[in-house]
Design a protein around this ligand. Structure first.
Ligand SMILES: [Zn+2]
Length: 466
């Protein structure tokens, strides 16, 4: 007698999409069976006409964060929005400006306590490293031991105190090779960004429409090459967050073709939106870094996903209050950067990716779940439908229609670049470790269901790009 049976669905496994029944015992998948196999369960969910995919893993979210404004998504509301969007695991950051100056281990412990008992889906953290002191380097091993084997570094944001120079990047990378961790890097050249910004401001050009010029493609393309070179020299794999430019995609493709383990992430907004939005009256709500770019960049990102040289799609969800965003009307330098995508990530990938013929269903599962699990030390516990894995499952109704709107989404902000977009195909049931969190359009899961995930990365599994 199983606890739960997901019957008659089209199940996406690593090798195929097949009609199958997924049986769940407790928190784990007990087996994947041919339809018609006599199975008994306490509860059966009929998945006829639906795809059954591994729960989404969003490796880049910012909940409950203080950074040029406070995010509206708490660990509770942010993870509820995630669950509605078919995401059952999030990886947040120890980033919060109110914690700056504390040792990284202390930052992690505080962030973990903020999330525990509040998050409804499982969660982990990337540790943010903003200096190369002996004390900080000395804590990397303890963080890895505590289940935090990924380390975020910023090559920009000098004023916020997050910027790290090349010496710090390189010494952290060398240390991560020894202790078993992966660097996660925001790649924009700070000198170029700062000088372009200063020139625009001196010319009195400070409107949202001027914003993209302050962070040109060259800043992203130069920095990604430099960071990949440092990682190669240090002998570590590297994960590059939120790639926006075609030139950066090409740099990643070439490095991977030479066998370097570089894992590139992009986000729904970079795949689907362009800088034309900055010229709209509400253009200030779309300020994020790097900025939105052009249709040619959108196309290169889709090609990178389909071709296999971009590895993941994350949301970079940062739910800045519209009032904090509005400061950007006066000057783009004052707008809090961020986009709200944690709920729309998987639906948009399905409708604009799979349904539109840009990526296959299996590729969607890879970039939205399997690859983040493999890169960040969660595989095969997460990211795959297989016996023994956590029963994190999402049922997608490929024909379900919805008009995206701040009124129907479950976000805590009232602006969205996708307002009014017609959506075909939606997650309709979300299950985390055998517990149904979302069904029939309602959140039905227990409060505080999410657990902290102690992650472990075996660097030998990341020697080759995948
Ligand atoms: Zn981010």
């Amino acid at each position: 007698m199983f606890d739960l049976l997901i019957a008659n669905g089209q199940v996406v496994t690593p090798t195929q999409v097949l009609a199958a029944d997924v049986a769940i015992e407790g928190e784990r998948i007990a087996g994947v069976f041919q339809p018609g196999t006599p199975l008994e369960a306490r509860r059966t969910i009929d998945a006829r006409g639906r795809y059954v995919v591994p729960g989404g893993i969003d490796a880049h979210v910012h909940f409950d964060m203080e950074f040029m404004g406070k995010s509206k998504h708490t660990f509770e509301s942010g993870t509820i929005a995630a669950a509605f969007g078919g995401t059952t695991t999030v990886i947040d950051f120890t980033l919060d400006l109110s914690l700056q100056g504390l040792p990284p281990l202390e930052q992690f412990e505080r962030r973990r306590r903020q999330a525990e008992g509040r998050a409804v889906v499982d969660f982990g953290f990337h540790s943010v490293i903003s200096d190369g002191s002996d004390e900080t380097l000395g804590q990397l091993e303890q963080l890895v031991a505590a289940g935090v084997p990924s380390f975020k570094m910023f090559t920009v944001y000098r004023e916020a105190g997050l910027y790290v120079n090349d010496a710090t990047l390189y010494s952290v990378m060398r240390r991560l090779r020894e202790v078993g961790g992966i660097p996660v890097v925001h790649t924009e050249n700070a000198d170029i960004v700062d000088s372009c910004t200063a020139r625009l401001l001196a010319q009195g050009r400070r409107s949202p429409a001027d914003y993209p010029e302050s962070r040109p493609v060259v800043a992203e393309a130069e920095c990604i090459r430099r960071v990949m070179f440092l990682a190669k020299s240090a002998g570590v794999p590297v994960y590059i967050v939120h790639i926006a430019a075609a030139e950066a995609v090409e740099a990643v493709r070439r490095a991977r073709a030479e066998g370097q383990p570089v894992f590139g992430e992009t986000c729904p907004h970079y795949l689907l939106l362009t800088e034309a939005l900055y010229r709209r009256p509400d253009g200030y709500t779309f300020i994020m870094s790097p900025p939105l770019r052009t249709e040619a960049d959108n196309a290169a990102l889709w090609e990178g996903l389909a071709g296999g040289w971009l590895s993941t799609v994350s949301s970079d969800d940062n739910s800045i209050d519209v009032e904090d965003k509005r400061a950007g009307l006066e000057s783009f330098t004052r707008a809090s950067p961020g986009c709200v995508d944690v709920e729309t990530r998987l639906p948009l990938l399905f409708s604009a990716g799979v349904r539109a013929g840009r990526i296959s269903l299996q590729r969607m599962v890879e970039v939205a779940a399997t690859n983040p699990a493999r890169i960040f030390g969660l595989y095969p516990r997460k990211g795959v439908i297989a016996p023994g894995s956590d029963a994190d499952l999402v049922l997608i109704d490929p024909e379900r229609r919805q008009t995206l709107s701040v009124d129907s989404l479950h976000m805590q902000v009232h602006y969205s670049p996708y307002e009014g977009w017609e959506q075909v195909g939606l997650p309709v049931v979300t299950i985390s470790r055998g517990t149904v969190l979302v069904e029939d359009g309602a959140f039905v899961g227990p409060a505080g269901h999410g657990r902290f995930l102690e992650r472990r990365i075996d660097l030998s599994t990341l020697r080759q790009p995948f």
